[in-house]
Design a protein around this ligand. Structure first.
Ligand SMILES: *Cc1c(COP(=O)(O)O)cnc(C)c1O
Length: 362
């Protein structure tokens, strides 16, 4: 078998090797049908079986809370930035946003095109090096929803607790940390995530929503951008990204095999601890970017003493088979994305490389 890279890409990102191999085995002839899953009608029983299995696996991993539905949509999380306000931010209402970093800011920009918004909490003053405090939010009565970003992929921060918004629906962009740990879906009105970080390949966006929320979209919203269209048609209103959904189903099955979300969380904690400890114990040679209380278990951002040294680090790391360690172009520095599918061994190899690098450049 060919050698696998130490893949720390931010998204699209590493997929579990077992998933890729299973998909490969079924690629040409899906379970004796003589066709690839992507050559089949999305209205046929075989594809629909996969589609429904993905949806029920996902709800099952979250404890099958009553009244929730899974939607498989297209257009990425970026389309959800617009679709959520289009469907929920109606006349006379305002939407609260937690401004925690780059992705939250993009969501806010879109919502402002649709209606009234306010910033319910922000960590802009701290240059987004921490998550805002959301423990005592004051939300006006006409708040349509509160939106937050559970994990800021670019800055490397993550919420470790979610606010209780009472009757006001809580909407979360969980693109970069969905299913990295158990969470109580019933706290949320709607959760969305582009699949390409923690769920599968790019091309599908997973939405989890409280069904009763999906029924009141204003009548002027185009059909394909209405949540009710997709909810009423089991995400088969138009052709779904069938191969991407098949892959999501495979990833969900793999998560079950890892001990479900409890098992995944334990592994993620071990992986993140290994890397953060290496940073913290480097006597300042490596420096974590964000406040310790807001550190992400998915995207670990860190810096070296100079940009020169960072460039050198990236160059040497690439020679050793490490991929994707360059920080996002908007913030610089270094970033290791260690999503569910990144094996412990990759992080061990990174930590060893970091120690070597410090010895030769420290
Ligand atoms: C990657 C990412 C997005 C954008 O996702 P697309 O599917 O490319 O639109 C949005 N939010 C967060 C938190 C992300 O990590």
């Amino acid at each position: 078998m060919s050698k696998r890279a130490y893949n720390f890409n931010a998204g699209p990102a590493a997929l579990p090797l077992e998933v890729l191999e299973r998909a490969q085995a079924e690629f040409v002839d899906y379970q004796g049908t003589g066709m690839s899953i992507m050559e089949m009608s999305h209205r046929g029983a075989v594809y629909e079986g996969v589609h429904n299995e993905a949806s029920s696996r996902l709800l099952n991993l979250l404890g099958n809370p009553e009244g929730y539905k899974v939607l498989f949509l297209q257009g990425g999380a970026s389309t959800q930035f617009a679709m959520a306000p289009m469907n929920f931010l109606t006349e006379g209402k305002t939407a609260g946003y937690v401004k925690s970093g780059s992705w939250a800011s993009k969501a806010i920009k879109e919502a402002k095109l649709i209606g009234n918004t306010f910033i319910a909490a922000s960590s802009e003053e701290n240059k987004y090096m921490s998550m805002p405090d959301v423990s005592n939010l004051v939300l006006p009565e006409n708040t349509a929803y509160l939106h937050l970003t559970s994990n800021e992929t670019i800055e490397g921060t993550q919420f470790h607790e979610f606010p209780d918004t009472g009757n006001i629906p809580l909407i979360a962009d969980m693109s970069s940390d969905i299913l990295c740990r158990p969470f109580d879906l019933t706290k949320f009105g709607l959760v969305y995530a582009g699949a390409q970080k923690n769920l599968g390949p790019s091309g599908v966006t997973v939405v989890l929503a409280r069904e009763e929320l999906l029924q009141n979209s204003p009548s002027h919203i185009p059909t394909v951008l209405r949540y009710d269209t997709h909810a009423e048609n089991n995400s088969l209103y138009n052709t779904p990204p069938s191969f991407a959904i098949y892959m999501v189903n495979q990833v969900l099955k793999w998560i079950e095999e890892q001990g479900s979300l409890d098992g995944i969380e334990k592994k993620n904690r071990e992986k993140a601890n290994l890397l953060y400890n290496a940073i913290d114990e480097s006597s300042g040679f490596f420096r974590g970017c964000v406040d310790a209380t807001s550190r992400s278990t998915m995207n670990v951002t860190f810096r070296l003493g100079s940009e020169e040294l960072e460039k050198q680090f990236i160059k040497e790391s690439e020679k050793e088979g490490f991929v994707g360690l360059k920080g996002h172009r908007s913030v610089g520095g270094l970033r290791a994305s260690i999503y569910n599918a990144v094996p412990y061994e990759s992080i061990k190899a990174l930590v060893d490389f970091m120690s070597q690098f410090q010895k030769s450049h420290g």
